[in-house]
Structures are given as structure tokens and as C-alpha cells.
Design a protein around this ligand. Structure first.
Ligand code: KG4
Ligand code: ZN
Length: 344
């Protein structure tokens, strides 16, 4: 089955075509980063309008790239939540309407399920069961994954998501939106031994996270080292970025190790924008090696938002016979454990 996937939950308009036999045929993405950069974060109404402008040309482009016409499609998948409601509505309306016009089934996909399954697009996909660490701009969750659609939440952030903490740290350090990749870039020339940042909640039992204290610690450290003009030297900026990144990576690794031990599972999947972070991958790789476990993640462009993960997840659900009725429904908030298992 060949499926067109559409992702418009936030600030990326992304489309892809996945074929259950041939694999990923084409994917393309338009990032709104420049549009939102001047505001220091995503402006929802501008995001929706820009999705409207970009989505149809991108679909035409990806269909041509994949040498696919409407009659080759077995279905259309679109992100139906969680995310910004207006942005979601664009992808859902276009996806649902095209599926109606082309007489193929449509399926609304959970954005985080898309992220969670993105490593399935790689040459060496993880086998079930696995523990998944979902780390994006809006979510930090540990999930026990027994099969597609069988998700048990093990723990989550009580306040900021990991990606959000990266984005806020970037702002404090005077780095541009989107913050995560910029903090990571600056941290490369930082000295990780200069500052010792706290590892939040690691001494408490359980698998929940909290990043707001770390955020305050970063803010105070930066404030204590600014010169009389309120500026941070390049070296201080790099040293703080490195200390922050190290604290996040360590904290995530400690909780992942606890989740692996608690569940007895040997496969760890990391997904979502922050899983593109190289330092996090190195720290987690060292941890799983010690535990006799294995780490799986998607290539960097499929860690952040993309259409391929939506096409893939939608294809699995359509193959299992699931599909959407004619209503255009989106869910800005949508707990993942409400999802249906595949076989029903
Ligand atoms: O999954 P994603 O693209 O969108 C959401 O579903 O939220 O994640 C975006 C988040 C942003 O907070 C961004 O700063 C962060 O992922 N991010 C990173 C890196 N690349 C993206 N954080 C740390 N290091 C990176 N290399
Ligand atoms: Zn995402």
C-alpha cells in the first residue's frame, strides 16, 4: 500500500510518500523557522496561514518526486493531533478532502506515535517490545511500547519538555530560535567541567521528569556572569550551554536506565526533535552498552517533524483496516494511551 503523509502540527509543512513494499519513496519539508525567528517562537496564526500557502505545492512536488499519481495511492494520512489547532486543521482538511476526492481512505495520525515509529524507517529497525524516550518541543515521556498502538506511559515531565528547556536556555544565552540545535552547536566549544548543573529528580523514585529547576539554575548562572553591559562572553555562553546539555543528557540517561531495569526490556528507542542531539546519543549509547541493551533512533531529519513518520504510521493503521469517517477532526491535546491497538 502506498500512502501520502501530511504533517502540519506546528511550524513545518512536511509531506512524504511511503510504500509498504518499496519503503520511503519521497519526502519534502518546508520549515517556517525564518517566519517565526523574528518573534522568538512560533506564532500560531502565522503558522496556519503559511501551511495553507505551502501544502498543495509540496504535495504536487512529492507526488512527482515519487513518480506517483492519485491512482497509485492506497490512502492518505495526516497528523490530527496533538499540536496547534489551526495548523492541524490545515493538514487535516487537505488530507481528508483529497482522500474523498480521490476515493481512498484517510487516517488521522497521532503526532507522537509518528515520532515513536520514525526509527522503523531505518535499515535496522527496533523490535518490539521497546522502551521509548519521546523528547520533543512539547513532550518528554517514557513509554513502554509492546506493539504499534499499545502504549503504556511510564513517566513524563511535570513541567517543561526537554526541547522547551533547550529553547528557553537558548533565549537566556542570546541564541536564536529554534534553540535546541543552536545550544548544541555552541556547547561543542564549551568546557563541561566548568559548571556543575543539577540533575533534577534523579534521587526521587519513579520515572517522571522536571526541567524547570534546571532552567532557573541556568538563568541564575548566566545572570551571575554577565558583564556590566549584560553581555556574556563567547566562552561563558559555550560553557553554560555545555553544562546545561550535559545535565539534560545525564538526567534523561538515568531515567532511561531505570525504565529499562524496571521493565526488563533491552531495546531503547529515542525519538522527537531532541533525539537529534549528538551529545544525548553519546551519553545514552554509553548507558545502554553498560546495561547490555541497544539504542535505536532515526536519522536526524526524521527526529524532528517530518512527513515520512506520518506516512509510515498511517500506512500501518490503514493496512490494519482502520480509517477516518468523513468528518475533519483534530485533537490539540490527545493522550497517547487512548490510541487503538492495530489488531481490532
Ligand atoms: O519533534 P520536534 O521537531 O517538534 C515537536 O514535536 O515539538 O521537536 C522540536 C524540539 C525543539 O524544542 C528543538 O529545539 C529541539 O526539538 N531540538 C533539539 C535539537 N534539534 C531539535 N534539541 C537539542 N539538540 C538538537 N540537536
Ligand atoms: Zn514533533
Amino acid at each position: 500500500m502506498r500512502v501520502l503523509g501530511i504533517e502540519t502540527s506546528c511550524d513545518e509543512t512536511a509531506v512524504a510518500i511511503y510504500d509498504s513494499k518499496a519503503g520511503l519513496l519521497a519526502d519534502t519539508l518546508y520549515s517556517q523557522v525564518e517566519l517565526h525567528a523574528q518573534y522568538g517562537g512560533v506564532v500560531p496564526e502565522l503558522a496556519s496561514r503559511d501551511h495553507v500557502r505551502k501544502i498543495l505545492p509540496l504535495i504536487t512536488q512529492v507526488m512527482a518526486k515519487a513518480d506517483t499519481s492519485q491512482s497509485d495511492l492506497g490512502g492518505i494520512a495526516y497528523t490530527s493531533g496533538p499540536g496547534l489547532v489551526g495548523a492541524l486543521m490545515v493538514g487535516a482538511s487537505v488530507g481528508r478532502a483529497l482522500a474523498f476526492a480521490w476515493s481512498v481512505p484517510a487516517i488521522g495520525v497521532h503526532h507522537m506515535e509518528g515520532h515513536l515509529l520514525a526509527p522503523m524507517l531505518e535499515d535496522k529497525p527496533p523490535a518490539f517490545p521497546f522502551v521509548a524516550l519521546l523528547v520533543s518541543g512539547g513532550h518528554t515521556q517514557l513509554v513502554m511500547v509492546s506493539a504499534i498502538g499499545q502504549y503504556q506511559l511510564l513517566g513524563e515531565s511535570l513541567d517543561d519538555a526537554a526541547g522547551e528547556a533547550f529553547d528557553k536556555t537558548a533565549k537566556m544565552l542570546g541564541l536564536d530560535y529554534p534553540g535546541g540545535p543552536n545550544v548544541a552547536r555552541v556547547a561543542e566549544r564549551g568546557d563541561i567541567s566548568r559548571f556543575d548543573f543539577p540533575r533534577p529528580m534523579v534521587n526521587r523514585p519513579g520515572l517522571d521528569f522536571s526541567f524547570s529547576g534546571l532552567k532557573t539554575f541556568t538563568l541564575n548562572t548566566a545572570a551571575a556572569h554577565r558583564d556590566e553591559n549584560g553581555q556574556l562572553s563567547d566562552q561563558l555562553q559555550a560553557d553554560i550551554a555545555a553544562a546545561f546539555q550535559e545535565a539534560v543528557a545525564d538526567t534523561l540517561a538515568i531515567k532511561c536506565r531505570r525504565a529499562l531495569r524496571q521493565t526488563g526490556v533491552k531495546n531503547l528507542v529515542i525519538a522527537g526533535g531532541v533525539s537529534a542531539n549528538q551529545r544525548l546519543r553519546v551519553v545514552l549509547e554509553a548507558m545502554v552498552n553498560k546495561e547490555g541493551a541497544e539504542l535505536f533512533y532515526a536519522r536526524a531529519q526524521f527526529c524532528t517533524d517530518n512527513g515520512a513518520m506520518i506516512a509510515y504510521a498511517g500506512c500501518q493503521r490503514l493496512l490494519a483496516g482502520q480509517q477516518q469517517d468523513l468528518a475533519i477532526n483534530v485533537r490539540p491535546r490527545w493522550p497517547m494511551d487512548e490510541l487503538l491497538p492495530l489488531a481490532n
